[in-house]
Design a protein. Structure first.
Length: 562
C-alpha cells in the first residue's frame, strides 16, 4: 500500500505531500490542474522513463519519494534479498531524483540502485492502469501478454520450459544453417588450423631453451678466442716445461717462509696464507687444463643451433611475440579445432540434434498451448461475469487461437474477440468495441486480474472515459469492489465514481507572476458535496444539484458501508 508520497519541483507542482489509506481514494480537479501529473510522478517513482521536461522551470531537480507498506508478499522479499537488501521490515521507501541536466538517481531504503532494479521492485507495489491500456486491448499483439498475466506459477514454469527448449532449438538450427552455408570455409579454416597446430607442435618448444641456445651459439662462435685465452692463462700460471711458472715461484715462496715460520708467528702466518693461495691457484690451473682438453669446435652443432633459433624466431613472428604466446596460441588452435571437428558440430550430428530439439519443442509447446487454452476458458468465464456487472450481460468474450510460427512466446497467435449482441458472430475486439465498451471490458479484465495479482496498490487513470448513467454507477461499484481487497487510487470526472470513494483529494492550479503552481487538499464532506454538484450541473450550482450530490454521496456511503 502507498502510505505517503512527496513530490517536489515536478512540472507545475512546487511541493505537495499526500497521505493515503486503504480503500478507494479519488483525485479530482479541473482539466489541466495536475491530476495526471501526480500519476506521472508516481510512475517515475516506480521506474518509469524520465524526461527533463518534468523538472520544474528554474529548479535544479525534481524529487519524488514514496513510503510503501507491504505484507504477505514472499516474492517481493526474495527479490529484495537477492538484490542485497537485509534487515527488511514491511516498509519500503522509494526515491527518485531527476536533474535538469538529464541525470537520474534512484534509491530504495536509502540505497542507490539502478533504474532496472527500481522498476523490478515497483512492479510488485503498484499497478498503474490508464487510458493507454485500452489501446493495448485494441492491439492484438498485446493480447498474449494480457492472457499470460492470468496464469499461475505452474503456468510460468511451463512457459519458462518452453522458452528454454525454443532457444535450444533455435541455436542448434542456426549452427546447422551456418555450417551448411559455409562448408568450404569450414574446411579451409580446419586446414589452416591443422597446419598451424602441426607447425607449433613439431617445434617441441621448451620455454627455458631460448637463453641456452643463444649462450651456446655465442660460445661456439668464439671458440678460438676462448682456447687462446685459456691456454695463455694456463701457461702463465703453470708451465710444466718452464722453471719460472707462477706456481713454481709461489711454491718456492711457500717453502722459504715455512722454513722460518718457527722463529716468528708473523712468518708462519705469511707461510700459511701463501700455502692457501698456492692450493687455490693449483686448482684453477687444473680446471683450466681440463677445459682446454674439453674444448672442441663442432660446426655441425653450430648449424643446428642456428636452425633452431631461426625456427623459434619464425614462430615468434607468426604467433608471438614470446614463446609463451606461441604455446598459448597453440592451445587456442587446438580448442577451435576440437570445436570445428568434434562430433557435435558434424553436419549429420547437428541435423540429428536439431530433430531431437524440435521434437522436444513440439512436446512442450503442446503443454504450453493446453495450459493457455485452460487459462483462456477461465478468463472468458470470469470476464463474462464481470461484464454482466457492468451492464454488458448480453456481451460475450472469447480468446481466439490460430496456429502460428514458433517464437519465444509460443506457436499460436492469440487475439481477443467479442460478441456484443446475441446472434452476432464473434469479431476482433479492435474492430467492434466502442470507447465505452472498451472501458468496461478493460475494467472487467482488471477486476479479474486483481484477484490473481499481488500488488499493494492499483491506480486507475480516467478509465471511465466515454460512459455515463447506470454504466457509470456500475463502473464506480466495480472500482470500489476492487478497492475492498487493497488500495485503489483513481482519477475520474464521473460523479458516481467520485461519490463512492472513501477519500477525495482536490487538485487545483493558480498562476501568479507568470508562475503556475498546482496544490492538493483533502476535501471534507461538504466540500465533496459541492464538487459533485459541479460535476452534475456545471459551474452554476443549484440547490437541486447540491441536494442530488448529497444524496449520491450519502447513498454511496451507505452502500459501501461507510
Amino acid at each position: 500500500m502507498l502510505q505517503e508520497i512527496s513530490i517536489k519541483n515536478f512540472a507545475i507542482i512546487e511541493e505537495i505531500h499526500l497521505s493515503f489509506e486503504n480503500g478507494m481514494t479519488i483525485l479530482t480537479g479541473e482539466t489541466g490542474a495536475g491530476k495526471s501529473i501526480i500519476i506521472d510522478a508516481m510512475s517515475l517513482l516506480l521506474g518509469g522513463r524520465a524526461s527533463t521536461d518534468f523538472v520544474r522551470h528554474g529548479t535544479e531537480k525534481s524529487e519524488i519519494e514514496g513510503l510503501f507498506f507491504f505484507d504477505k508478499n514472499p516474492e517481493l522479499l526474495i527479490k529484495l534479498s537477492n538484490l542485497g537488501f537485509t534487515d527488511l521490515t514491511n516498509e519500503l521507501i522509494l526515491r527518485r531524483e531527476i536533474f535538469a541536466n538529464g541525470r537520474s538517481v534512484c534509491r530504495i531504503n536509502g540505497q542507490m540502485v539502478n533504474l532496472t532494479t527500481l522498476r523490478e521492485i515497483g512492479e510488485f507495489l503498484v499497478d498503474i492502469h490508464g487510458q493507454h491500456d485500452s489501446q493495448e486491448l485494441m492491439n492484438a499483439k498485446y493480447h498474449l501478454h494480457l492472457l499470460d498475466e492470468f496464469g499461475d506459477e505452474k503456468f510460468e514454469k511451463i512457459k519458462q520450459d518452453y522458452k528454454e527448449k525454443f532457444n535450444e532449438f533455435k541455436n542448434l538450427r542456426q549452427q546447422l544453417s551456418t555450417r551448411q552455408k559455409n562448408e568450404q570455409e569450414f574446411a579451409q579454416r580446419i586446414e589452416i588450423l591443422q597446419f598451424q597446430a602441426e607447425e607449433i607442435e613439431a617445434a617441441d618448444i621448451h620455454l627455458t631453451e631460448d637463453e641456452g641456445l643463444s649462450a651456446r651459439r655465442e660460445k661456439l662462435n668464439n671458440m678460438k678466442n676462448i682456447a687462446d685465452a685459456l691456454s695463455t692463462a694456463y701457461l702463465a700460471l703453470d708451465d710444466e716445461d718452464g722453471d719460472f711458472s707462477s706456481l713454481n715461484n709461489i711454491r718456492t715462496t711457500m717453502s722459504e717462509l715455512d722454513a722460518i715460520g718457527e722463529f716468528d708467528s708473523e712468518y708462519q702466518e705469511l707461510a700459511d696464507k701463501t700455502a692457501e693461495s698456492y692450493y687455490v691457484l693449483e686448482d684453477i690451473a687444473s680446471r683450466m687444463n681440463r677445459l682446454l682438453g674439453d674444448l672442441e669446435f663442432n660446426p655441425t652443432e653450430l648449424l643446428q643451433i642456428e636452425d633452431r633459433i631461426m625456427t623459434l624466431n619464425t614462430l615468434r613472428k607468426k604467433y608471438g611475440p614470446e614463446l609463451s604466446d606461441v604455446l598459448n596460441y597453440l592451445e587456442k588452435v587446438q580448442l577451435e579445432l576440437a570445436d570445428l571437428t568434434g562430433a557435435e558440430n558434424n553436419s549429420e550430428q547437428l541435423e540429428k540434434a536439431v530433430k531431437i530439439a524440435q521434437v522436444a519443442l513440439i512436446e512442450v509447446s503442446k503443454r504450453l498451448n493446453d495450459a493457455r487454452h485452460q487459462i483462456a476458458r477461465a478468463l472468458e468465464k470470469d470476464i463474462k461475469h464481470e461484464l454482466a456487472d457492468l451492464y454488458m450481460e448480453k456481451a460475450d468474450f472469447s480468446v481466439h487461437f490460430e496456429p502460428g510460427k514458433f517464437s519465444s512466446s509460443g506457436n499460436e497467435h492469440i487475439e481477443f474477440f467479442i460478441q456484443t449482441n446475441p446472434g452476432e458472430s464473434f469479431k476482433p475486439l479492435a474492430k467492434t468495441a466502442s470507447g465505452g465498451e472498451l472501458s468496461r471490458l478493460m475494467l472487467a479484465i482488471k477486476s479479474s486480474f486483481s484477484r490473481h495479482e499481488n500488488k499493494t496498490s492499483i491506480v486507475f487513470d480516467e478509465v471511465d472515459t466515454g460512459v455515463s448513467g447506470r454504466v457509470a454507477q456500475a463502473i464506480a461499484n466495480k472500482i470500489y469492489k476492487i478497492a475492498r481487497s487493497g488500495q485503489v487510487l483513481a482519477i475520474s470526472h464521473l460523479p458516481q465514481v467520485v461519490a463512492i470513494a472513501d477519500t477525495q483529494f482536490y487538485i487545483e492550479k493558480a498562476s501568479t507572476n507568470d508562475v503556475t503552481t498546482s496544490t492538493v487538499r483533502k476535501l471534507e464532506f461538504d466540500e465533496r458535496v459541492n464538487e459533485v454538484a459541479k460535476m452534475l450541473a456545471g459551474d452554476d450550482v443549484t440547490k437541486e444539484a447540491l441536494a442530488q450530490a448529497k444524496r449520491l454521496l450519502s447513498k454511496s456511503s451507505k452502500e459501501s458501508g461507510n
